[in-house]
Design a protein around this ligand. Structure first.
Ligand SMILES: C[S@@+](CC[C@H](N)C(=O)[O-])C[C@H]1O[C@@H](n2cnc3c(N)ncnc32)[C@H](O)[C@@H]1O
Length: 275
């Protein structure tokens, strides 16, 4: 029978301290219960039957930071995820972005790139792609490498296509990729103005004069204190009247920066920095 793996509060504290000291990864602001589940998953993956065995691995740096990140953070993403958000952007926000000669967009926690690509497609259809620069950042360099390639599974495209249409897409999603042997390669043009950089939201520096920041489905893993810290970073990175978009289960309403924000659409978690 498989032994039941367990880790104590102290073990979790040791994991946080060692990850920070030896791998430069700060998980102190991550929600504890999901962190515990994920550390247990990583231990199992590394065939460690106790925290002591895992600590040995960790201390002797037999793991890479991406080994740790791949299990501790969740990379799930889709194209046109929450299509209502993309529809709203196309109908209500692009008209404002259009007034800028150069449009700066930051995708914080972009994972494997489906979100920036979705936006790039809609920007292209409204004639805004060429003057948009999309800064795509994530803490995990493996997902960034995949994002740069722009290669995805063909079988995922069916659902993505339906959401593309619901997002207000004007053509067919298949116009934006070439399919081959069960994979698709997205058109190069979409990624031309994307800049991919490894960046940790918890201890990273701010960006400059962003007209829109999309940070969706990252806050759910962070403590309230850490979310407030990241929101401060976003406020410092946004241009006056810049947009901030969080994930469906996230909110800036109870945050310390609420008085600096206008709620554009509460349901869709779309906010705007006051001017
Ligand atoms: C669930 S994915 C969300 C992807 C995309 N934004 C979406 O909503 O479809 C969360 C991403 O956040 C990244 N992430 C987690 N903690 C982070 C941090 N401290 N700094 C930057 N990225 C982080 C993960 O590596 C992962 O790729």
């Amino acid at each position: 029978m498989e032994a039941l793996l367990e880790i104590s509060e102290n073990d979790l504290g040791d994991f946080i301290q060692l990850s920070n000291k030896l791998y430069g990864l700060d998980f102190s602001g991550y929600a504890m219960e999901s962190l515990r589940r994920r550390v247990l998953r990583l231990m199992k993956l590394k065939s460690c039957d106790s925290f002591a065995a895992f600590k040995y691995f960790l201390t002797n740096q037999e793991l890479s930071d991406d080994d740790i990140l791949n299990e501790i953070t969740v990379n799930t993403t889709e194209m046109f995820r929450d299509f209502e958000v993309f529809k709203f952007l196309g109908e209500e926000v692009f008209g404002v972005l259009e007034t800028y000669p150069r449009i700066n967009i930051w995708h914080a926690g972009c994972s494997t790139g489906q979100e920036p690509l979705s936006l790039a497609i809609l920007l292209k259809e409204q004639g805004l792609l060429k003057r948009s620069v999309q800064y795509c950042t994530d803490i995990n360099s493996e997902v960034l490498a995949q994002a740069k390639k722009g290669i995805y599974e063909l079988k995922e495209m069916k659902e993505y296509s339906a959401n593309y249409i619901k997002s207000g897409g004007a053509l067919s999603l298949s116009d934006y990729y070439v399919a081959n042997y069960g994979k698709v390669k997205m058109n190069k043009e979409l990624g031309k103005n994307m800049i991919f950089t490894k960046h940790n939201l918890v201890n990273g520096t701010s960006f400059n004069q962003m007209h829109m920041i999309m940070c969706r489905n990252v806050f759910i893993y962070l403590t309230t204190e850490q979310q407030n810290k990241v929101l401060r970073l976003f406020m410092d990175s946004l241009a006056p009247r810049g947009y901030l978009i969080l994930g469906a289960k996230e909110s800036a309403v109870f945050s310390t920066v609420l008085n600096e924000l206008e709620i554009v659409n509460g349901k869709l978690k779309i906010y705007r920095k006051k001017g």
